[in-house]
Design a protein around this ligand. Sequence first.
Ligand code: ARG
Length: 583
Amino acid sequence: SAMKTRVLTAFPNLPQNSFEIQLETISNNLNFEYKTPTVIRIYNQFKKQNLFGDLKSEVEVAQKIASIECQDNVIQKVEAIDKGFLTIQLNDKFIEDEINALLRNGLKFPLEKKQKVVVDFSSPNIAKEMHVGHLRSTILGESLCRILEFQGQEVVRVNHIGDWGTQFGMLINHLLEEYPDYQTNRPALKELEDLYKAAKKKFDSNEEFKVKSQQYVVKLQALDPVCIDAWKMICELSRQEYNKIYQRLNVKITEFGESYYNPILSEIVKECEAKGIVELDQGAKIIRVKGEKVPLMIVKKDGGYNYDTTDMAAAKTRILDWKCDRLLYLTDVGQWNHFKLIFEGAKLMGWHHPPATSMEHMGFGLVLGPDGKKFKTRSGDTVKLIELLDEAKERALKQIQQRVQESQQGKEFSTGTALSPEEFDLAAERMGIAAIKYYDLKQNRISDYNFDYDKMLDPKGNTAVYLMYSYVRIVSILRKSGIQDFELFKTDKQFKISHQHERHLAAQLLRFVDVLQSVTDQLAINWLCDYIYDICVKIAEAYNQYRILNDEHTQTRLLLCEAIRMVLLQSFYLVGIEPIEKI
Ligand code: ARG
């Protein structure tokens, strides 16, 4: 708005409401923080109406605006660059005030309107092991929840596990055949997985088994106690297994699986029929959606319910009972069509929480092996998630050991404190896990990516490892400063810009809020990753430009270090990195 004032001061005849200033951040210029293409637009829109006097091009108009002497607290300087673009330099005093506020009050997000948001993520299927696709959903989902919560939104973290459906017929059938005493002699998950494979094999080859399994499905849906019991046991075993992953990854999520909606499925179908949108198609009940070839199928030929039915029920529950303003679904892009149908179906039913509920599919690409092919172990089996985490940790340990060696040879920075074996272990666990998470989050989520430990753990790349080392360094500078009570120190001193690079870094910190806003608007967590990485690169540049300790400007530079530390720590939390403090 300070910029708009300038434009209007230069050209008072422009209609006030005819334009907004569109700002783009520039992060690779030491002097200017923003640029705007708006002048070009205004010029083309109004040149015919002779509003610009004898100025003959967008460039001249931009120059005139840049030359306006204008006092305000936000903008220091405006310059016309080529083609009519304007670049904007923030006011030093403005930057200083913002940093001082940050130091005193911590990071705050100015939320305009609080929303209730469902994040439907992770959602593995019972009796099949979680695979890398679920890992991706889990990592993206947890981070998204943290960001929304930081913004002040009310978030419901939902695990829509596949705990209902026809696969249970054969599982129960097989369980009762092979483990009749399962109540006292519980099979372990390894066996449960085998159970799935074995059951599937029988199901496909043995007609009698198949028929009996289908009967078990009907019995289960009729809540037959023996079936329910077996079903519960199977679910519990799977649950134990994926809870281990959640713990390792520090993920919080609440289970509202497919079975949760079981009691209302028949009502939902009736409701859809009453609305007049259901068609009969060879015995199945379907809902046709404009522009889509495949319809929603809410009742199968055999009268059973399916994935579409539960998702319709889940949508209604979330929108009307839970009163949610936004529903976000995280699965691979392969389910894009399924969700499009569900969203359209909900719209046809008129379900919304006033004024509107936004339903969005946050689809993502595949996780491939390091060679770009399907992700498999050497022996060709699917990869176990726990083993992935273990290997990352092991490699992180080597990485840290190497770092310690290099620092002893004076090649790399270190805090010079020897780590105890426990500290080593903890650091490796944190770094291994962070490396996996961050590598996933930094991708453009639509793309497939290769799961490559070497790239993930590269201390010089855009990786969690690089970021964590940057953090160690900042913390160590603060520690070395010898200031005892930093809280007191920072409330009682004023940050004042004393160097061009300092100004530049400080200005970058102020972008934090805008970055988070675009992350949740566009569901692009990779922008937050790029932002954090950019800050760390700039810190490294700044270290080469000025001294922090033992300098006449030490005090203000320490304050900036602390502000950077605060932004990094908060950002780390949002992308699931637990920092280490020494090495
Ligand atoms: N269980 C599903 C799968 O593994 C994902 C469920 C996603 N959420 C939903 N509401 N459909 O593919």
